[in-house]
Design a protein around this ligand. Sequence first.
Ligand code: GDG
Length: 457
Amino acid sequence: MGRLIVASNREPYDIEFRENKLKLHKTVGGLVSALEPIIKSLGGVWVCWGRKGQRIPEVFEVNENFLIKFVPLSEKTISNYYYGFSNKTLWPLCHMFLSRTKFEKAYWTSYRMVNMRFANAILEMYRSGDTVMVNDYHLSLVPNIMRDKGFKGKIFFFWHIPFPSYCIYRFLPWGKEIIEGFLGADVIGFHTQEYVDNFLDCVDRLTDAVIQGNNIKWKGREIKVKAVPIGIDAERWQRDASSKNTLKAVKKMRRELNVEFIGLSVDRLDYTKGLKEKLLSIDRFFDKYPSFRGRMSFIQVAVPSRTKIQEYSELKKEIDQIISTINGAFGEPGWVPIHYYYKGFPSSKLAIFYRLADFALITPIMDGLNLVAKEFVASQIDNRGALILSKFAGASWQLKGGAILVNPFDTEKTADSIYKALKMGPEEKKKRMETMKKEVMEKDLKWWVQEFFEGLI
Ligand code: GDG
């Protein structure tokens, strides 16, 4: 069994030099948690751009078994490849925000160059028998660049965001090359069958590949396309949510907040996450159901993201304003309608929030999956919480048996869903939560690794 080589835009650790000592801090997200133990046991390499890697050698040893290979990028390249093509072209296009999508030749040129550099870095680190896993929309061209260079090993490619239908995708001037980029892989994974179907339709319309069911034949190779929604380390979330410290902190917070009901959401501050629409629903809720004024507070954690992009900083201003308007209009001495945090928290603190909340309101306009919804479910040790979830989050396919599903643009019905969640009896809550928990616990991170890598690692 060879090693695992993972390529992703983001590094697995923030590496910090303090008093001449190296400190590794795991970066936020499921991928590192899923793959780190595998790399540690099988050995392997993580190939990434490494935002904070300037002072670090290009190959960094986490231990003798686990290397990080950095692909250092200049400021201009970061601006065109990362902020440009990845986050102003592919991100909005795939989330169906066509009017926000920028089609710039310079972005594309830089994206191609960076994908070429990642492919070269993987090939440089590769040893016969290794398995390669390429991640996400930043690196879609890598698999086929590697094939063009004669690579014969196994490549897995996972796309973490939605894949749009052809009627949206066709606007991308470089759409064919990107689809062909995917086709260099042996296994391509998406979160839902809907994204698989959209992808296959684009393959059919844009390339000469032959499609049979979920399989593709192209240039003498067979490619499998699969819907394998990523799982979370559900046991760890359960452990964190039931620890003594968590329970103590939950009690303390309940006392401090001094309300009967607490709602929660945790989102990167991104226009796809539907923060504005959610806040309007909360506003409508307090307006329509005045008996809950003074009795329900909502905690919104908005994690700073892509702050160098103007639209993101403008969005932040709008969110700040809406929240202060709601708090100004409804708040009273001793009661704050919305507690707002614009920062990240350690995951142990998230577990406290998850355990504390009576309901979570997770309403993205479009989301590949949404891990927060699954983390909230796993943390419901006593099945008290209710989940209100957007129909347009990939996770809704898995959680529809227990979640209250909403269209985030339907302010009225979303406000009514908050009311429904607060009025729901303990039996119904329990039944719904158990249904969701079964899915989240069974299809956890281990399941995902098994399914996606087909038992190969
Ligand atoms: C992309 C796709 C897909 C959040 N705040 C803090 C924190 N988090 C962690 C959560 C969760 C993760 O970040 C966020 O994951 P999401 O799935 O909600 O969203 P994206 O970042 O947009 O992820 C998405 C995902 O990829 C996986 O394929 O589900 O659809 O858009 O794990 O817990 N973690 C810590 N502090 C925070 O303040 N430590």
